[in-house]
Write a protein that binds this ligand. Structure first.
Ligand code: COA
Length: 271
């Protein structure tokens, strides 16, 4: 077994590995992750048997994500080696991840500690009317304000991700009295349908308005939202037709920042 830098030509096999876990990622979703991350592949006889990514957000924070070892190869330390190989280069940074139940024991061994639960909600969205709040599509000149707001809420700089979303996703903003951006959300293709996230706002009402803004044109379509359990969006999401299908645990190592819980994650991988 050898561990090598993850390359574009490994992504077909990465997609097969994630589909074997019934994760919904398409090849395009892996490609998006690769543009923002670096990774490692564990190879046996040239075949990918394990994978892990690291996404760096500014100088202080990194996320570890998409950690998968083929079922028949588990329990031999491959997951540990993949993680260590990515973590060696960033000692001193705060490390974050969203752990499945299968992942928690490995991450605890690596020094991560559990924090809050993230709820994965999805389903065919019910018809809703447009919100009457000040929601509008983001303009290109809003990107800077969105990056600033996102960094403040996340306590990490993910400007590369927001720029990617500005190019390939739909972005909407909620504005304050003077027209300033005080919240935003994104809608993009992902997995079996579309994801609404990130959703970064100061209040639950603003988050609900942004969700309704997108939902108004999506009735009957498959929508996914990953939301922080602490923010209590769930009963309302159920009324919209989205059911909780799973939970994952936020974990951190070397915590140094104070990120806010998010009404919507970009994805479990990207926070
Ligand atoms: C999580 C996963 C990557 C672990 O890979 P792995 O190669 O089996 O992990 P390792 O063999 O390196 O295990 C490292 C340590 O954690 C422990 N460990 C790993 N998974 C465990 C589990 N489910 N329960 C108990 N202990 C576990 C191992 O015992 C080992 O400790 P040891 O060295 O003292 O024996 C693998 O189970 C997997 O791909 N799961 C499905 C996808 C998934 O959920 N990934 C996590 C996404 S956040």
């Amino acid at each position: 077994m050898e561990i090598v830098p993850l390359a574009q030509h490994h992504l077909d096999q990465a997609t097969v590995l994630s589909q074997a876990e019934t994760w919904p990622h398409r090849l395009e979703d892996w490609q998006m992750l690769m543009t923002l991350s670096q990774g490692r592949a564990a190879l046996r006889d040239g075949v990918v048997i394990g994978i892990a990514l690291r996404t760096d957000y500014g100088p202080d924070v990194s996320l570890l994500n998409m950690i998968i070892v083929r079922q028949s190869e588990r329990g031999q330390g491959i997951g540990y080696k993949l993680m260590s190989s990515l973590m060696d280069k960033v000692s001193g940074r705060e490390l974050r991840l969203a752990a499945t139940k299968a992942g928690v024991p490995l991450y605890e061994k690596l020094g991560f500690e559990s924090e809050r639960e993230i709820i994965q909600c999805q389903g065919e969205i019910a018809p809703v009317s447009l919100p009457d709040r000040r929601i509008s599509p983001a303009k290109p000149e809003d990107t800077h304000a969105i990056i600033e707001l996102d960094s403040r809420f996340l306590a990490a700089d993910r400007s590369a991700l927001v720029q990617w979303l500005a190019k390939y996703a739909r972005l909407a903003v909620v504005r304050g009295e003077r027209g300033e951006v005080c919240g935003y959300a994104a809608l993009r293709r992902f997995g079996k349908g579309q994801v609404i996230g990130p959703i970064q706002t100061q209040s639950k009402l603003q988050a609900q308005s942004l969700i309704r803004y997108f939902a108004a044109s999506l009735a009957g379509q498959f929508i996914r939202i990953d939301t922080d359990s602490a923010l209590g969006l769930m009963p309302w999401l159920e009324d919209l037709g989205l059911k909780c299908v799973d939970t994952v645990t936020r974990m951190r190592k070397n915590p140094k920042t104070d990120p806010r819980p998010a009404f919507g994650l970009c994805s479990q991988a990207l926070g």
